[in-house]
Design a protein. Sequence first.
Length: 324
Amino acid sequence: ADWAKKLSTATELDARSYLLLHTSYGHYLGRCVNDFIAKYNLKLDDIDLVASHGHTVFHEPWNGMTGQIGDGAAIAAETRLLVVNDLRSMDVAYGGQGAPIVPIGEIHLFNEYRLLLNIGGIANITDRKYQIAFDICPANRMLNKLVQQHFNKEYDENGEYSSKGTVNEILLNKLNQLDYYKKSYPKSLSNSFGLNIVYPLLESDPIDIHDALRTYIEHIVQQTSNAIQMIIENEKQDKSVYAKCKILLTGGGTHNKFLFQCLKSELEKNFSIEVEYPDVNVVDFKEALIMAFIGLLRIQNKTNVLASVTGAKIDSIGGAVWSS
């Protein structure tokens, strides 16, 4: 809880306090790694590296800047292991969005799926065939914040609250009209888009909280459908291009059974896409697995961020390497 509070207010810090948080969070992550090693009786000689994405505080690719805190040197000093962090900065320096970076892992590790949808704080989608990926819309971050504010719960378990509401068409239209959704890919979202633009819309409408949650569920579903339609149109394909193709759903939002069923119904009806509930370990750990894979590619000096996804000038080998 203490770290959640510190990280959530990191954008408000002065430069010195920000750097102190960056360092202390790195040492904290290093101690967490050590605890993990002890818990599972791992041998240090069997560990190749620690790959750490860190916590994104600032993400402004239009200004050539992205910032994830969690000092890699501090992690290396705590663990005495090889550490790779700062995974996005090289791509941003080449003019890319620095996001999404997971498609490199999806292409190599999940090749049985054509489409991959991750429903985390922000929802993002990947089409492996076209090597296209982009952020769709804020997702769990908005749903969780509403539930925390009004029900004092961490999240809407299985969509208990949202399933009791009805869609408010006026609010839904306001959400769907936001400028980001009109932009073509490559594109990415910062957390501030959700917190400063989307959430105020949700709170400004004097509607029942159940209706607000149900409306935002519908927003996620519609924007996911719109994202797939955008790919079809931009790649000059027929709607049947996705018929019977498989999509992998991962991220915390996949545990929301109501959201999952709404997405499943929409994608099967509109595009004949096959939606299946994956293994729970894939749902929970896919992103972490891919970050480790990105770190592995970095120390092998192989491409780990794709320009076709981020809009950068060239593919890149991203990540800072720290050796204790």
